[in-house]
Design a protein around this ligand. Structure first.
Ligand code: SF4
Ligand code: SF4
Ligand code: SF4
Ligand code: FES
Length: 949
């Protein structure tokens, strides 16, 4: 069996035809198109190499890999020469040895001889290769013209570029092009003068580089090197685990020394990422050991008191007593819990179990409420399953990609790179987005159509696309007849064909010219394989669920479901949003999306959990807040979420949190929510625990403990302790036992276990007896619900419209370097790329308002007012402004309204009508909140320590 971690020098060939040749007297059979280098390497013969690596196409520049082919001329490079039937290859003989030594000698004569003190010592391919070819002396001396005094570039906070060690192999340049797709690097100059240059010979930090680290990983020398390795030395052990940032779910080798993480290296065997990563996963892990981590449990009776550090036992019994007395006083339904999409499946499962079985109600919800709940609703209603239909690799077979309300290069960067690669290979691209996101035009990528709609008009655009498909006879009627409910299709067809849904009628509302919609619809419908990718720009609207349904309708009508290259693919924001939804985090559903009123499912859990369970849905997050303000909801357990920053209409949220008698927050930092808490239970980062995450492609991947939990407990243990203190027994010894329970009770997970994950790496659910190896593509032969169901999607404009009082529309989103509420990434060097949230506005609007780049702008909506610094840019269209929400004091959610999706209550973050004006300083809210925050920081700083108590 091949060693999966070995570098075979060139990528594997996908051809099926076998070719047999002889290498060093050994007969070898490989697929046609394989390089001689790879064929030799697979047979255990390692040809020296420098410019070749199996994550990049062969380049043939270093000439180190020369071989001799019987009957052939000269000494060809084995990395660029494909195998041929009957070939007889020698990889080692006197002549080859001499040639290789000569090449190595030239490299070494212009290379610092500091191997013993070099950061890459022991982990340097140049060092290894020179050893492999047996070079013992350099005849030219070291005094000729050289690059040894070239200046280092230390501008990037995470890696250093030391050109004195560069062998100009171009691996970095090719990694930036082929793997990352940014094209930030070039080889500048010729011959002796050639050197690696970032953008226009700029510092890495000022260049187009997005700090993904692919070049650092590809570099065979210490030229591009992680600062953490320079500082701590080459790591000596590694553990395979999963990134805890976004929904791509990249697999990493956490490389450690003792218990210290020195470097995160994307795992080439990772099913989602195949060895690539972004700046967050690769570099921004320092938050895990940041000085702000709280590692001692704390309690207080009121939020005006200083915290008191206590033992775990005291904190847990304090919390349990409070919850019990609240229930005695106000009733069983007066408390609830919020699960975390950043925690593991096992932890999330346990929190919802605690609420349902321990609290005795269904008042459990999750942050997916505020992001992808419409996905759950819309895809379940049409396809029968609340999840995306494909794996990420599916895009390699897509001919037309439609991206709606998503910004993959910032939000899902590794998948963004895969998408860009496919576009460079020739796939067409349609983008539906109010802003000029990077995909519209960047190096070697250009959208064929940009449907630059007005915020809030997704449904109208989707209906207009459907109108063209139906009225121009572009639907795939055979697919529909075989796979869908024909009656529902006929009704839908009649509905979308109505003149009110034509692109011409809707052009004014959407702002998209009819001819662009028509052209985009034709392109999509006529594709062999058309795939739709969407994000929060679809779901976070008052008609979020309607758009998801509309997208599902489009895919079914064009026959783009059930095979590779097609499908409907929600790009999930946080690492485990899919998992937290799968695990029964919603108040109306048990794990596996089964309604709490379903008697058979309830019975199953009642038997497993040994209690009787409520058959009515509990409170959703917004209902919890309203009930708290009304006085009927008094206790809340929040694990790993920051509702005080992330939820809309934040004044209302803060009011609700202040109204609680007991707020228990379990987190790694004193986040914004914890400032309103009475009990703080220290959480553990992803490096400190075992479990699983499920990414946007339903891939369940292992999370493995790399270091001991700083506070002594993994998060699942804390939930278990709380359950026991409440009188509901839980006795797990390891998260694998929780997964076993999930597998027993949840059909999609029936075949999943830690043992199996250890064996196969990762699995896409459903995984059961029928699909023991998981399911990369859903709905292959039939939809999960049987026949696909078309549903009508009437466009109802949001109430949130631009008016004379609030003439601009604010929309929100995220940025590559920061993550969600920023609690993690703000505590890393990623702040060099984004140290504050800015308000993007178009130059015309800026001029009309007399606002210059960097000015303070007052942003006022009907719910509140905040102040942000202006960023004048043509990325936004006139009349639309945009901001991110990574910093609590920006107050982006002070201005978002309480409008929400009709089906799921997902907030309408993406449309807020606002008034703008130039101002001189922060808003009243910002000043008040700054005061509150400072006071809470004081109460934390002055906490009574356990030793004093
Ligand atoms: S870090 Fe990534 S984006 Fe930057 S130069 Fe290297 S490969 Fe390119
Ligand atoms: S920086 Fe590294 S990868 Fe790039 S050309 Fe130099 S040695 Fe090769
Ligand atoms: S793309 Fe997402 S999962 Fe992958 S490294 Fe970046 S943040 Fe982590
Ligand atoms: S490794 Fe083949 S030419 Fe460099």
């Amino acid at each position: 069996m091949l060693d999966k971690d070995k570098d075979f020098g060139t990528p594997a060939s996908s051809a099926s035809e076998p070719v047999t040749l002889t290498i060093d007297g050994r007969q070898v059979t490989v697929p046609a198109g394989t390089s001689i280098m790879r064929a030799a390497s697979e047979a255990g013969i390692n040809i020296p190499k420098l410019c070749a690596t199996d994550s990049l196409d062969p380049f043939g520049s270093c000439r180190m890999c020369l071989v001799q082919i019987e009957g052939g001329r000269g000494y060809p490079a084995s990395c660029t020469t494909p195998v041929g039937e009957g070939m007889n290859v020698a990889t080692q003989n006197k002549k080859l040895e001499q040639l290789r030594k000569g090449i190595a000698e030239l490299y070494i004569s212009d290379h610092p001889l500091d191997c013993l003190t070099c950061a890459a010592n022991g982990d340097c391919e140049l060092q290894d290769t020179v050893g492999q070819v047996g070079l013992r002396e350099v005849r030219y001396g070291f005094n000729g013209e050289n690059h040894l005094s070239a200046e280092k570039d230390t501008s990037n906070p995470y890696f250093t570029f030391d050109p004195s060690k560069c062998i100009v192999c171009s691996r970095c340049v090719r990694a930036c092009e082929e793997v990352q797709g940014t094209f930030a690097l070039t080889i500048d100059g010729r011959g002796f003068d050639s050197k690696v240059a970032a953008s226009q010979n700029q510092d890495f930090l000022d260049s187009e580089c997005v700090s993904c680290g692919a070049c650092v990983q590809a570099c065979p020398t210490a030229t591009l090197m992680e600062n953490s390795v320079i500082e701590h030395g080459v790591p000596d052990q590694s553990v395979i685990t999963t990134c805890a940032y976004c929904g791509v779910g990249c697999s990493f080798r956490a490389e450690i020394k003792g218990e210290e993480v020195v470097r995160m290296v994307p795992d080439k065997n990772g099913g989602a990422n195949h060895g690539h990563s972004c700046v967050k996963g690769r570099f921004a892990f320092g938050y895990a050991t940041h000085k702000d981590r709280i590692t001692q449990p704390m309690i207080r009776h009121s939020i005006d008191q200083p915290w008191r550090e206590v033992s775990w036992e005291e904190a847990i019994s304090f919390a349990a007593d409070k919850l019990k007395s609240i229930q005695q006083k106000y009733g069983r339904d007066s408390i609830g819990g919020i699960t975390s999409s950043r925690c593991t499946n096992e932890e999330t499962y346990l929190v919802q179990k605690l609420v349902r079985a321990g609290f005795g109600n269904n008042n459990v919800d999750t942050c997916a409420r505020v992001c992808h709940s419409p996905t759950g609703y819309g895809l379940k209603a049409t396809f029968g399953e609340s999840s995306g239909t494909q794996n990420f690799d599916s895009i390699a077979k897509t001919d037309v990609i439609m991206v709606i309300g998503a910004n993959p290069t910032d939000g899902h960067p590794v998948f963004g790179s895969m998408m860009k690669r496919r576009i460079r290979e020739g796939a067409k691209l349609i983008v539906v987005d109010p802003r000029n996101i990077d995909l519209i035009k960047s190096a070697h990528v250009k959208a064929d159509y940009h449907l630059k709609l007005k915020p809030g008009t997704n449904v109208a655009v989707v209906n207009a696309l459907a109108h063209v498909i139906v009225t121009e006879g572009l639907s795939d009627d055979r697919f529909v007849a075989e796979r869908c409910e024909v009656e529902s299709f006929e009704k839908w067809k009649a509905f979308v064909a109505k003149p009110e849904n034509s692109p011409e009628t809707l052009a004014e509302a959407t702002g998209v010219p009819a001819k662009t919609i028509r052209a985009a619809a034709r392109l999509f419908a006529q594709a062999n394989n058309g795939a739709i990718y969407y994000g929060l720009g679809v779901t976070e609207h008052s008609q979020g669920s309607t758009t998801v349904i509309g997208i599902a309708n489009l895919a079914m009508a064009t026959g783009n479901i059930g095979r590779e290259g097609v499908g409907v693919n929600p790009l999930r924001g946080q690492n485990n949003v899919q998992g937290s939804c799968d695990m029964g985090s919603f108040p109306h559903e048990f794990p596996g999306y089964r309604h709490v009123s379903d008697d058979a499912t309830r019975k199953l859990f009642e038997t497993e959990w040994g209690v009787s369970l409520q058959n009515e849905p509990g409170l959703r997050i917004p209902n919890m807040f309203s009930a708290a303000v009304d006085g009927s909801f008094k206790g809340l357990y929040v694990q790993g979420e920051d509702i005080a920053q992330s939820d809309p209409d934040i004044n209302h949220v803060h009011h609700a949190l202040r109204s609680l008698e007991c707020l228990i927050v379990q987190d790694i930092f004193l986040n914004e929510t914890a400032k309103f808490a009475h009990v703080f239970l220290p959480g553990s980062s992803f490096l400190e625990k075992n479990g699983t995450f499920t990414n946007a492609e339903r891939r369940i991947s292992p999370v493995r403990k790399v270091m001991k939990p700083l506070a002594g407990k993994e998060d699942w243990q804390v939930t278990q302790d709380l359950a026991n203190a409440l009188g509901y027994p839980m006795n797990y010894n390891h998260p694998s036992e929780i997964m076993d329970e999930i597998a027993r009770t949840t059909p999609q997970f029936a075949g999943v276990s830690f043992a199996k994950l250890n064996q196969v790496g990762s699995i896409q659910w459903p995984c059961n007896d029928e699909t023991p190896n998981g399911t990369p593509t859903m709905h292959a032969d039939e939809f999960v619900r049987g026949k696909g169901r078309f549903m009508l999607t009437a466009y109802v404009p949001t109430e949130e419209r631009a008016s004379r009082k609030y003439p601009y529309l604010l929309t929100t989103g995220r940025i590559l370097s920061q993550y969600n509420v920023g609690a993690q990434t703000r505590r890393t060097a990623n702040v060099v790329w984004h140290e504050e949230d800015r308000l993007e506005l178009h130059p015309h609007d800026a001029e009309n308002l007399g606002i210059l780049d960097g000015d303070w702008v007052g942003v006022k909506s009907r719910t509140g007012e905040t102040v942000l610094r202006a960023l004048v840019t043509e990325r936004v269209q006139p009349g639309v402004v945009y901001t991110t929400f990574h910093f609590p004091h920006s107050g982006a959610n002070v201005i978002t309204t309480d409008n929400s999706d009709w089906a799921t209550n997902c907030p309408e973050y993406k449309v807020t009508a606002v008034h703008l004006e130039k101002v001189k300083g922060p808003s009243d809210w910002q000043q008040d909140y700054r005061g509150f925050s400072d006071q809470q920081q004081d109460l934390l700083d002055n906490r009574v320590s356990a030793s004093e108590a």
